[in-house]
Design a protein around this ligand. Structure first.
Ligand code: ADP
Ligand code: ADP
Length: 228
């Protein structure tokens, strides 16, 4: 579903953030990208939705070379969840969740019904929370709305950058559990960036262990933990 072929990203100041990276993620697979700060995880992920363009190499999503895909159209097929969720403050939780279906031109009733379904899926009762505004939610609840919004248009691919980083450890574990349950139901192809090896092990079907600009190991959690 996602395929990197000899991808390099050099920033204008000369920093090589990603160096000749090749890997493949299967449909429905959840891959966690783990490693110290500054080793290229976020750069890798943001090249998948063309928020960052590679310097060289090729990236395919669903077999298609994304260099030829309009970035706005591409982003509507790819869900994206970041640590500071960035919900629209003046829109209700339900309308925030319905953002992408609305952009895709779905009928209002259909978009809102879909949004309610997704809020339910992430554990927020749509009747209670749908009419609220983001500032009326806890951090963990906002994070769930971020996940619901990213999934509302049913994109085949989901990118997550430290999605559970901004909440306390107890809520974090709860969100991880809920996310795993949800992923078992919807089976998205997921890239999830974390600096927390425990989270990488807990969530990943496979783990990409980063060193400076490279993936040093790409294997199942058991194999990564068993490594000398
Ligand atoms: P990670 O997500 O693993 O923390 P990043 O992909 O954010 O790593 O960054 C990889 C490297 O690229 C770092 O050295 C970082 O400082 C550098 N970098 C990231 N964004 C830019 C940018 N816009 N301009 C220059 N260097 C950047
Ligand atoms: P426009 O170009 O009309 O402003 P965008 O496509 O930029 O619309 O999207 C508007 C908002 O919706 C953005 O803030 C973006 O974060 C969010 N958004 C767009 N596509 C997605 C997506 N696939 N997943 C999650 N949020 C998205």
């Amino acid at each position: 579903m996602i395929r990197f072929e000899h991808v390099t990203k050099r920033y204008p100041d000369g920093t090589t953030a990603v160096d000749d990276l090749s890997f493949e993620v299967a449909e429905g697979e959840l891959v966690t990208l783990v490693g110290p700060s500054g080793c290229g995880k976020t750069t890798t992920m943001m090249m998948v939705n063309r928020l960052i363009e590679p310097t060289s190499g090729r990236i395919r999503v669903g077999g298609e070379d994304i260099a030829g895909v309009d970035p706005v159209r591409l982003r509507r097929r790819i869900g994206y969840v970041i640590q500071q969720v960035g919900l629209f403050p003046h829109r209700t939780v339900l309308d925030n969740t319905a953002t992408v279906p609305a952009l895709l031109g779905w009928k209002r009733a259909k978009a809102r019904a879909r949004a309610a379904e997704l809020l339910d899926l992430v554990g927020l009762d749509p009747k209670t929370y749908g009419p609220r505004y983001p500032e009326q939610l806890s951090g963990g609840q906002r994070q769930r709305v971020g996940v619901a919004r990213a999934l509302a248009a049913d994109p085949p691919v989901l990118l997550m950058d430290e999605p559970f980083g901004a909440v306390d450890p107890v809520v974090r574990e709860q969100l991880q559990d809920e996310f795993l349950r949800m992923q078992a139901a919807v089976r998205k192809t997921v890239l999830l960036v974390t600096h927390d090896i425990e989270e990488a092990v807990r969530l990943g079907d496979r783990i990409a262990v980063y060193g400076q600009g490279r993936i040093e190991q790409f294997d199942t959690p058991a194999a990564v933990l068993g490594a000398p």
